[in-house]
Design a protein around this ligand. Structure first.
Ligand code: ATP
Length: 320
């Protein structure tokens, strides 16, 4: 294999640049040529290829976002778009492709492998940690650290005024960010889509905590549960509170990647190149018990991550 390409697709996340850097420098070390595809599947269909050298990825490991830029390109779900993309890969002389992104991007990679029999490796990049088969996706750790900084900051003001705060965090239909940040941020409750709850029970719990002498309360709400604004209104109406709402929003997607994310991205990038050279295709790099393994894309996409029951228990016990 002499020439490969790499792209980032779907929602961006911290660590994507570190992964691209690793792909480029690992491939160059094997004397391969590397092309970057700008704007994900959109750039693949529109022939936006740029040659990447070692210097192209200099000063990049610490930068959030993706310098190749990302996009959502529904046209790639249609055969017409796919044929354009495959034609471009052929004309550019590309022999293997690495796709960094979330579930949707990996579904696109599976099409390239299954339907067009083209060598492709996926790397999981998404702050939500909703991708099956890997303990962690690139970007999750950085997002959690950003959320934690916000919780700590809000805690300071909440304690000074005996206030109840509701903090809405990202994660789509996955409650991982909410649950983990509630545990590490010492919040009173994590409301996540995976676990049904009654608002009356949350109110009762918060009131009991105040009676026991707590001076503030923080509730972490996963966006998959609904909007913090709506939840807060009902919470105040039934419970007689005057809660303050903070929606963290896109702040969670940016920022310089943490040490963990830089190392994870670097290991996955190197593994993706090695895997292409070893003749692998249709698989995703995955962190499993500290090792980087390969998981078939079919298995990744046909399964749903389960919430760790022990962590749910811990969150309940420690929020007292
Ligand atoms: P995030 O988790 O941040 O949303 P994502 O990779 O899941 O990232 P999507 O918008 O779902 O983001 O997908 C990114 C792109 O992948 C789509 O715009 C489309 O080009 C391609 N894609 C998604 N699903 C498919 C599919 N079933 N078949 C082919 N291509 C797909």
């Amino acid at each position: 294999m002499k020439r490969i390409a790499v792209m980032t697709s779907g929602g961006d996340c911290p660590g994507m640049n570190a992964a691209i850097r690793s792909v480029v420098r690992t491939a160059l070390n094997y004397e391969m040529e590397v092309y970057g595809i700008e704007q994900g599947y959109s750039g693949l269909m529109e022939d936006q290829f740029i040659k990447l050298e070692s210097r192209s990825v200099a000063n990049m490991i610490q930068r959030g976002g993706t310098f190749l830029r990302s996009a959502r390109a529904p046209e790639f779900k249609e055969e017409e778009g796919q044929l354009k993309a495959m034609e471009n890969l052929k004309n550019q002389g590309i022999e293997g492709l690495i796709v960094i992104g979330g579930d949707g991007s990996l579904a696109g990679a599976k099409v390239i492998h299954d339907k067009y029999h083209f060598p492709v490796i996926g790397i999981p990049g998404s702050i939500d940690n909703d991708i099956y088969g890997t303990d962690m996706s690139i970007g999750v750790d950085t997002a959690l650290n950003t959320i934690l900084w916000c919780i700590d900051t809000i805690n300071d003001t909440a304690s000074s005024h005996d206030r109840t705060f509701i903090i809405e965090v990202m994660g789509r239909n996955c409650g991982y960010l909410a649950l983990m940040s509630a545990i590490s941020g010492g919040a009173e409750a994590a409301l996540i889509p995976e676990v049904p709850f009654k608002i009356e029970n949350i109110i009762k719990k918060i009131k009991e905590r105040y009676e026991e002498g707590k001076t503030r309360s923080v509730i972490i709400l996963a966006e998959g549960v609904g909007s913090a604004g709506d939840f807060g209104k009902t919470f105040d109406m039934i419970g007689g509170f005057e809660t303050r709402i903070t929606v963290l929003g896109h702040i969670q997607r940016g920022g310089s990647p943490t040490h963990f994310d830089r190392i994870l991205a670097t290991r996955m990038g190197a593994s993706a190149v090695d895997s292409l050279l070893n003749g692998e295709s249709g698989v995703m790099t995955a962190l499993q018990e500290r090792k980087i393994e390969l998981v078939p894309l079919g298995e990744v996409l046909n399964n749903k991550r389960k919430m760790d029951k022990k962590l749910l228990e811990i969150a309940e016990v420690l929020s007292k």
